[in-house]
Write a protein that binds this ligand. Structure first.
Ligand code: ATP
Length: 436
């Protein structure tokens, strides 16, 4: 189980500037969140790590950034306009609405506690609608994309042709998605605007089962490598009755959230469903031609689809730790250094003028490489505590001895061990310890 409760993380996130409620000064917009100075760094690091492992470190996957607004026909072809629905019930006593498949007791309202007060379920479409141009009629209707994946399928041929990749190959995309969720909640776990990290891996139909297995292991390993404890993440294969009609297999990467196991990422074998649909609806032949075999066919697709914002939340939950140090409780975010929003804090022991030039010089030497924070206020103990609480792996302290010995103290977040290091060796010392 993660050490932290949802409230602990939500409070820390707000107090330290990771995540704020959207439109807070107007009373807040439910289920939308803003990422503050530390949150935006953390979220960016999560996305960078995904991009690094999916695109930069491989020769067979390229990136894409497609538009949020797409032709309405895209969502007709994908099935979203007709079928992107969740079953909704309303409690006739308190008028709250719920997604039936997420209710722990299908007959009892979780808000007012009354039994047998639900209406019959109806299918509620999650697409956000808006209009293109000045006239708000049916012909101008467009949707905010509910997933990044379709932007990849409709660019499949553009990317294949221009990148000159041969099967198997993948296209990766990170970006915003919008779903008018019936029951958003659990902080940033389920929101109406969120970010996804999705990759479509195109392969020969005969190889899709192997690639499906490969991507499950690969994706599970990514989370563990970046610090989710292996006992708190697992793969869960969907039961046949959970599968979409086109899916030849789906499994979720699940994390042990404070409320139990829940989804971080879905890995699906989508067969040739999407390319076939877009071929039929657009009239453009999206089949692949294999010159050597003189064969034309629809590639099959394995899709690892992760949530950037949801994953960031999981990393925060897993990193949170409290320990007793000399009779006091120390809160520390044990984030992997690659994810930590600030890598190095530079702290003069006092804000007296004498120490400021060295402080500025050390910070300036580190800034081209790492996210650095200079903090001059409050007692040094409190400043260490703040850095521990936001997960900063190293603190560099400039003290009055620095003026004579030209050395500084470097403190390790996890062990709290301190090393005295020559001031001009600080970048090397840190480079040996901070990956990336
Ligand atoms: P659910 O069944 O929980 O509604 P889903 O299975 O429909 O989710 P996918 O369509 O597979 O979700 O989306 C891929 C990933 O995008 C999810 O695993 C999750 O990490 C993220 N995601 C989906 N919906 C949301 C949301 N409303 N808020 C935050 N992240 C989301």
């Amino acid at each position: 189980m993660p050490a932290a409760s949802l409230d602990t993380i939500a409070n820390l996130a707000k107090k330290r500037g990771f995540v704020f409620q959207s439109s807070e000064i107007y009373g807040g917009l439910r289920s939308a969140y803003d990422y503050g100075p530390l949150g935006v760094e953390l979220l960016r690091n999560v996305k960078d790590q995904w991009w690094q492992s999916m695109v930069r470190e491989r020769g067979d996957i390229v990136g894409l950034d497609s538009a949020v607004l797409q032709a309405r026909q895209v969502w007709v072809a994908s099935g979203h306009e007709a079928e992107f629905t969740d079953p909704l019930v309303e409690c006739t006593n308190c008028n709250n609405r719920f997604r039936v498949d997420k209710l722990s007791d299908k007959n009892q309202c979780p808000t007012c506690g009354k039994r047998d007060t639900f209406t019959e379920p109806r299918q509620f479409n999650l697409l956000f609608t808006t209009h293109m141009g000045p006239v708000e009629d049916e012909g101008a209707k467009v949707y905010l994309r509910p997933e990044t994946a379709q932007g990849i399928f409709i660019n499949y041929e553009n990317v294949r042709r221009t990148s000159r990749l041969k099967l198997p190959f993948g296209i990766a995309q990170i970006g915003k998605a919008f779903r008018n969720e019936i029951t958003p909640g659990q902080f940033v776990f389920r929101t109406r605007e969120f970010e996804q990290m999705e990759m479509e891996f195109f392969c020969h139909p005969s190889e899709s089962a192997d690639w499906y297995d490969y991507w499950q292991q690969e994706r599970l390993g990514w989370y563990v490598d970046l610090g989710l404890p292996s006992e708190d993440v697992r793969l869960r294969e969907h039961d046949p009755d959970e599968l979409s009609h086109y899916s030849a297999g789906t499994s979720d990467v699940e994390f042990q959230f404070p409320w139990g196991w829940d989804e971080l990422e879905g890995i699906a074998n989508r067969t040739d469903f999407d390319l076939r649909q877009h071929t039929e609806h657009s009239g453009v032949d999206l089949r692949y031609y294999d010159q050597e075999a003189d064969e034309r066919f629809f590639p099959h697709v394995i899709e690892p689809a992760a949530g950037a914002t949801r994953t960031t939340f999981a990393f925060l939950l897993a990193a949170y730790d409290e320990e007793e140090v000399r009779g006091e409780t120390r809160t520390v975010l044990r984030l992997d250094a690659r994810l930590a929003p600030i890598k190095v804090a530079v702290l003069p022991l006092s804000k007296k003028d004498d120490l400021i030039p060295d402080t500025e010089a050390v910070a300036a030497a580190l800034r081209p490489r790492w996210a650095v924070e200079v903090d001059v206020t409050q007692a040094i103990g409190r400043r260490y505590r703040r850095q521990d609480e936001i997960g900063t792996p190293y603190c560099v302290t400039i003290d009055f001895d620095t003026l004579d010995d030209r050395a500084v103290t470097i403190r390790d977040r996890d062990t709290m061990a301190q090393d005295r290091v020559a001031i001009d060796r600080v970048p090397t010392y840190l480079a040996e310890r901070l990956p990336g």
